[in-house]
Design a protein. Structure first.
Length: 311
């Protein structure tokens, strides 16, 4: 390792730590205002986020991670609730989910700056100094956790969407044999755990909220909002209305199951229709050039031979 690289890495880490410390002292002591707390309560979507829970003990994660991620923590309670809901939709609703995510972003920021500075040492110029390369690397790696979180959220929502009709059918069977809605959901939670872990976790959290004394309508509302899946939101809305007006839950869920299966089939048909358009780019880039060489290549060779023989 050259002295220039050591100096560059040291300066990058020192500047990052200094900025982190300045931001920490600048934002320390700020708490959510009454308007922010009222916004969280009024926002139907944010109310579905799992509330923060206090850790039972002070471990290594409790001490190091919160201090390391403090510089990136949201300033207002509304932003904290939005971040908690975003992580919950990706399947991360633990005690330290927010701290771990923000700490990972800070690690990627520092690591990206170090990698960018190391890459920029041999190729740095006056127009593109080492500091610029470090900034580019830090910016690129800083958004990697966000991209991974979006991918995990999309994958989890797709799993819930595909397994929801089967879960509704199991609920119909459980309700028709005489079980109540809460007992049926608890039974379905165990049955679908192997096939759809994400949906089973959502139902398990719903059962936990009921055990903690939450009203059924509020727990169902949180179940629909927390997943971020429109079909799940429709499912919980129908259950709330059926429970409120005394409609037969089994008949309502059977109609909802048919609607969910119809939507799933329509989505599959839509993807099949898009496949023809998506195949154009691989055909043009990879298949057509090979076909062109095979068909036109011999003719071009023969034409070249004829032209050279005439000369």
């Amino acid at each position: 390792m050259t002295p220039q690289l050591v100096i560059t890495l040291s300066v990058t880490i020192s500047v990052a730590c200094a900025l982190l410390g300045i931001y920490y002292f600048w934002r320390d002591g700020k708490s959510p205002t009454f308007v922010e707390r009222l916004s969280i309560v009024a926002n139907r979507e944010l109310r579905g986020a799992p509330p923060p829970t206090e850790p039972k003990g002070k471990g290594l994660v409790d001490i190091i991670v919160p201090s390391f991620s403090t510089g990136l923590k949201p300033r207002t309670g509304l932003e904290q609730q939005q971040l908690r809901l975003k992580l919950a939709r990706a399947g991360f609703s633990g005690n330290h989910a927010t701290d771990l995510f923000l700490g990972l972003k800070m690690i990627c920021l520092i690591l990206g700056g170090c990698i960018g500075a190391g890459v920029g040492v041999p190729i740095a110029t006056r127009q593109f100094p080492i500091v610029m390369w470090a900034g580019i690397g830090a910016c690129l790696l800083f958004y990697v956790p966000e991209l991974v979180l979006r991918w995990l959220t999309k994958k989890r929502q797709e799993e819930i969407l595909l397994s929801l009709p089967n879960a509704i059918d199991l609920l119909i069977v459980a309700v028709e044999v005489g079980q109540g809605l809460d007992a049926a959901i608890k039974r379905v939670t165990k049955e679908i755990e192997r096939h759809s872990r994400s949906l089973s976790q959502e139902f398990a959290l719903y059962n936990l909220q009921l055990q903690m004394g939450k009203a059924r309508a509020e727990a169902l509302h949180d179940l629909g909002m927390r997943s971020g899946v429109p079909d799940m939101n429709s499912f919980t809305t129908v259950l709330i209305q059926a429970d409120r007006f005394g409609v037969s839950i089994a008949k309502t869920m059977r109609q909802l199951s048919d609607s969910a299966r119809r939507k799933r089939r329509q989505r599959a048909e839509e993807r099949a229709q898009k496949t023809a358009v998506q195949m154009i780019f691989p055909l043009v880039l990879f298949i057509f050039p090979g076909i062109f060489v095979v068909l036109v290549g011999p003719a071009m060779i023969m034409l070249w031979r004829d032209l050279t023989s005439m000369n």
